[in-house]
Design a protein around this ligand. Structure first.
Ligand code: PRT
Ligand code: ZN
Length: 283
């Protein structure tokens, strides 16, 4: 049985639950519960505050955890990052009042920086040989310059609208972050086998998300050109259509090349292009 710690509520909770569900693991939601057990996988799920997750995993109270890289690297516990999960994306950045002239990191020399990430902020300043005063505060960091508590902040940013509404501008990015799966430092053989089973499912889910299934009709005299545009898992499937001279072509396209390829397929004479989401992809 593996014990997995996920956020009880907040930005990572839903995506963590969704990932388990997509991996075919049924757990009941954790509202007002500390833990629950999956019905169809040897997994126990603990619902905790995200900040506590690295500690629980270091101590081995939980074998696995899902937390933001920002939290994992700030806490600097002895745990292993197993896998990036592709959700909870944000960045840890330094911001200063918009009116401030800021040229480079040395502009922060002697300044006061408010943050909930003292470890990562200090590490970044030291790496850049800048002396600044770090004020650790636990929340509402963005208001610190406005109330005269600090000259700058170091906080998480995603859309940037919090900085904007507080009259701040982003000047340095310390860390690009997303949710990761972490594990306790030492795993026995049985735990490792269960983790491999879980990772196999996570890979299939993530791979499917990055790909689309494409079906299209192609005139046979253009078939060669159209097929050359399609990678497919091995090669595209080609089936004759009832209508003489036409074929149906099935293939898989990755998200990043998708729009470009679709345009080129149309130009090459493809018609009736259907694009379908893929649920799981096992290579
Ligand atoms: O109760 P608990 O301690 O578990 O939750 P929490 O309140 O500490 O964390 P929560 O739920 O806010 O965030 C959990 C994780 O989500 C973080 O550790 C990050 O890994 C990730 N994440 C992704 C974010 C953001 N995006 C984010 N935008 N966490 C916080 N923010 C905040 C940021 O601090 C700032 O206040 O959103 C604001 C900025 O957002 P924008 O869109 O205005 O730029
Ligand atoms: Zn937290």
């Amino acid at each position: 049985m593996l014990k997995l710690a996920i956020q009880k509520s907040g930005r990572l909770h839903e995506d963590s639950m969704k990932l388990l569900k997509e991996c075919g693991i049924s757990v009941s939601n954790g509202a007002n519960k500390l833990k629950t057990e999956a019905t169809n996988f040897p997994l126990q799920v603990f619902f905790l505050r995200d900040d506590d997750i690295p500690q629980y995993v270091e101590d081995g109270v939980a074998d696995l955890g899902i937390a933001g890289e920002n939290v994992v690297y700030e806490k600097n516990k002895s745990v292993k990052v197993v896998e990036q999960l592709g959700f909870g994306g944000c960045r840890l950045s330094i911001a200063v009042p918009r009116g401030e002239s800021y040229k480079h990191i040395q502009s922060l020399e002697g300044k006061r920086i408010a943050t909930s990430y003292p470890f990562l902020t200090r590490q970044y300043l030291e790496r850049n040989k800048v002396n600044a005063e770090i004020h650790e505060i636990s929340g509402s960091v963005e208001i610190a310059p406005g109330i005269g508590l600090s000259d700058a902040i170091c906080d998480l940013v995603s859309s940037g609208s919090t900085l904007l509404t507080n009259g701040l501008k982003e000047v340095e990015t310390i860390l690009q972050s997303q949710a990761v799966l972490i594990r306790h430092n030492s795993f026995d053989l049985v735990q490792q086998q269960l983790l491999d089973k879980l990772l196999f499912r996570i890979h299939a889910v993530r791979k499917a998300k990055n790909n689309k299934y494409v079906l299209l009709n192609a005139p046979n005299n253009k078939l060669e050109e159209i097929i050359s545009l399609l990678p497919g898992m091995k090669s595209p499937t080609v089936l004759p259509l009832a209508e003489e001279g036409w074929s149906s072509v099935h293939s898989v396209l990755s998200e990043d090349e998708f729009w470009d390829k679709i345009e080129r397929l149309k130009d090459a004479g493809a018609q009736g292009i259907l694009v379908v989401p893929i649920e799981k992809m096992v290579m």
